[in-house]
Design a protein around this ligand. Sequence first.
Ligand code: HAM
Length: 413
Amino acid sequence: MNDLLPAQAARYRSLVSCVAGLLARYGYSELRTPVLERTELFVRTIGEVTDIVEKEMYTFRDELNGESLTLRPEGTAACVRAAIEHNMLYGTPQRLWYEGPMFRHERPQKGRYRQFHQVGCEAIGFAGPDVDAEQIILCARLWRQLGLRDVSLELNSLGDAATRAAHRERLVAYLEQHREQLDDDALRRLHSNPLRILDTKNPAMQSLVAGAPKLLDMLDAESAAHFDGLRARLDDAGIAFTVNPRLVRGLDYYNRTVFEWVTTRLGAQGTICAGGRYDGLVEQLGGRAAPACGFAMGLERILSLVEEGGVLDAAPVPAAYVVHQGEAAARFAVEVAEALRDLGHAVVVHGGGGKFAAQMKRADASGAQYALIVGEAELAARKVGLKPLRTGGEQQMLGTDAVAALLGATTAT
Ligand code: HAM
């Protein structure tokens, strides 16, 4: 679990505001849910036999009332819970997004943390495939906006429940036939969650899973049409993708569309964004049946990719840093700074006194474009000395309005 120091926090905030702006342009509204939920919510939705529920959740008993609570490992379950609880789904489909920390007790490494951050979005009450395509198009726009390179899209369809049951039977029979090639993990999952065996990273099992019966070959007619519709829309939008029949996802609520945006630039943790359709989840949690589709992106991973050559606004720096000497000047400095802030400028007033030279060093370190100096002469004239810190140039004595006009010009560039 990491501290975000000011420079990192600024980049984080800048990324979130970039994504938030984009989501607003697609009609998504923000939903904020608590970081804690009843444990049962995650067990029921993510699935009992998944890595997350089996070994990654921060679960504890609330000693005050004996409830079992869990720090959220993902956002979909809580989003659906909240939408049902607040009757948001009656007759109106919802496009919702959320942002914040998620918690999974995984083995930490680059790109994998125990507290990490997601932006997720969920379109609830849409049967698709138009909304599936819209979400993927939205992601592609974001990658373009951030200047990310080498990001590719993998796509699969998990079909409907009956198809998955039939496929599961054939898959288990196939894996039983090759039992001697299964590792411990696969043996354990053989009957509880065989689909996840297809996701194995074990090199010794790759040829075995490559030859396994594919869900994609057995799709029911409606799911096949849905998948065709999605692919056609992605083609329309000029979005390249690879169909990966082994893409199964690590959470149980999915059906039909599943997708992952992956990059080769981040080593083993190359999935920057992932999601899919979960048409049964709303009803499963007690709401009136509503088809839905969503995804979540890992902000740490995206920030790492941006570092590799993307674009994100730099940390904001103040427009001006005000230095001053003496009690009366200090009070006038505050007056000037407040007037400039009224006009929307970021202004830092030196705190703590000290010699002018030392204060000017602080002004320089702050990154500000200008130092505003309040000495005796300035105070007497009710003006400030304005000194450019980045471009050289003479100090000039100006009134607040003239300073504001100059700061306005620098803010605009
Ligand atoms: P997920 O695949 O578990 O899906 O997580 C989504 C993304 O969160 C991953 O692709 C990755 O970028 C990031 N992520 C996951 N675990 C970690 C970690 N330990 N450290 C850093 N980043 C991580 C979900 O969470 C689903 N709720 C997505 C969804 C929304 N499906 C439908 N709607």
